[in-house]
Design a protein. Structure first.
Length: 276
């Protein structure tokens, strides 16, 4: 049975490359303008699943993904995929590198190529785009002279590669997650990850420590923790947490039971196999 996937587009993004690692030839891949649109497609039933970036080994979290998962109609993570990422400087075929005065790219890509930009184009204007492939695709509008994206984007949009492997860290990896509506239970594999959005009722000294203690006393290792504003008022935050293990495992189950006693709300974001 084929699956209809939404993903952060346009064609040529790293998200598309990650999706191609897990999708079959029969699956339908639909590009969306941003993370919000891809996840809304799942909520509305236009797609069964969506693949979106959630974390980069160099730049850190993709805040939009975290915020979307923590609010709105619930969605759950059922799979994760990792992909090494490398960047190239791209232009239209006729562009002379000496004429580059503005460079478009995604903010995460720009931050990972700061040294290259500072050394080679220190006065260039940086233009933010929803994805690296969107920057590459937009070169045809001639609103800027260059884009930072993956090499695949050059092939997709008939662009010239000026420089390859321009990232500051050649070992950069991005983690992506497959998201779908709740209901399908993913069984434990022995090497899993559980994701949660944890909300506290009243901010107070030691609130985060109380949460962490629930994991520590049950010997649960955390692989990720990030505070994000709830949007309700200034200074009011919730926490996105990734823990090693599955809800079918006794330590995770016990930690969750303890959290329910001290937290205002817990949004379950999924228990799923860790990427190999």
């Amino acid at each position: 049975m084929s699956i209809k996937y939404g993903y952060l587009g346009p064609v040529g993004t790293f998200t598309e490359a990650a999706l191609q690692k897990i999708a079959s030839s029969d699956d339908q891949l639909i590009a969306y303008a941003n993370v919000t649109a891809a996840l809304e497609a799942v909520r509305k039933g236009d797609c069964q699943k969506a693949l979106v970036p959630i974390e980069n080994s160099v730049e850190g979290v993709v805040a939009r993904t975290l915020d979307e998962l923590a609010s709105g109609e619930p969605l759950v993570i059922t799979q994760e995929v990792t992909l090494p990422v490398s960047f190239a400087l791209l232009t239209l075929p006729a562009t002379d590198p000496k004429d580059i005065k503005s460079i478009a790219t995604h903010p995460h890509a720009e931050s990972q190529c700061r040294s290259f930009i500072a050394k080679n184009y220190p006065t260039a204007q940086i233009i933010e785009t929803p994805s690296t492939a969107a920057a590459a695709k937009g070169l045809t509008n001639k609103d800027y002279e260059a884009a930072i994206a993956g090499v695949n984007a050059a092939k997709n949009y008939n662009l010239k590669i000026i420089n390859e492997d321009i990232g500051d860290n050649q070992a950069a990896v991005t983690r992506f997650v497959v998201v779908e509506k709740p209901g399908r239970q993913i069984g434990a594999t022995g090497k899993d990850r559980t994701s949660l959005a944890v909300f506290i009722a009243i901010d107070h000294a030691g609130a985060l420590l109380e949460i962490l203690n629930e994991f520590a006393k049950h010997q649960v290792n955390l692989t990720f923790i990030q505070s994000r504003p709830t949007g309700s008022q200034l200074g009011h935050y919730h926490f996105i947490i990734d823990a090693e293990g599955h809800t079918e495992d006794a330590p995770i189950s016990a930690a969750l039971a303890g959290l329910k006693q001290i937290c205002e709300d817990i949004r379950f974001l999924g228990s799923y196999p860790q990427a190999k």
